[in-house]
Unconditional design. Sequence first.
Lengths: 264, 111
Amino acid sequence: MSQAIVITSGKGGVGKTTTTANLGVALALSGAKVVVVDADIGLRNLDVVMGLENRIVYDLVDVVEGYCRLRQALIKDKRVDGLFLLPAAQTKDKNAVNPEQMKELIGALKEEHDYIIVDCPAGIEQGFRNAISGADRAVIVTTPEVSAVRDADRITGLLEASGFEKPELIINRIKPRMVARGDMMDIPDIIDILAIDLLGVVPDDDYIVVSTNRGEPAVMTDNSRAGEAYRNIARRIRGEEVPFLDLSEKETIWSRLRRLMRRN
Amino acid sequence: MESPSQAYAEELRGGRMVFNWFRQKTKTKDVAKDRLRVVLMQDRLSLSHGIMEEMKDEVITAISKYVEIDRPGIEFSWKEIDKRRALVANIPVISIKRGATSNDRVTQRSY
């Protein structure tokens, strides 16, 4: 049975688009038929993160307004079997689409694909309302910062009010060294505060910048920690039980000594 | 104005440098957690203002059956007690109604 998953966050810049791209690629690599949908109308970005920006002919708004057929707007990723992108319109604004139309569109995509991953725009207005309509499952991306966690809580409330019983959390950009020092909230801290289910934890990884520069999501290579985390999340989405990555920093004799002295 | 080196000398004189070095530093992640707890409590509360009012009315109705209360003086607030959220209600009582105890209820009926 196919599933539509919306990737939200509330706050901008926490990694929604990167998460959408990586999960889309990882799910397709595991053999599923996947469409990633950019619902950020007016601020299209998923295309460049995926490296498919040069192949856009039609977009989501063209489909909704009937200028083209759905199949014409879908861009096939030639690197990965079974992966498609439905780009957002860059010239229109968020009001060009309404939740009913989105629901219909997602329904049509579900007929021929296993997973529809929707990249939701930041904020809680019309764009958010559009992106979540038609989704079966909601994922909230946050980072271990006060502002991002606060917005994640707000989004959780809005999702629950919209009928999503169990939104799931991805904690992005964890820096194990800062966590070990006590200068960054740890996974249990955030889970305790937000009280929602954890879907995955992604470590901070410079390689994400490199992969975005190239337009090749990190899961396409084997040497990225973040990529590994996203592959694990994709497996969990498919229903597998996968243990969380061990991100704890090994303590050196010096850091231990310093910590012990501070404790006095 | 005090220069940084003066401040440093001052600290040394008081032996505070050494003291600070040994003292346990507050972890900033705990600061973040505490601030978030308070902020989220306020956020969630302000969002559910209608529900809060409704609950207040029901509590007042229930208590009013037994005691006479000073309605305008009632206060409901959220506090954090031992790291747990607590709903604190301050309900000024004017008098206890006669029918409040089971014995009195019988007497009242016989009036």
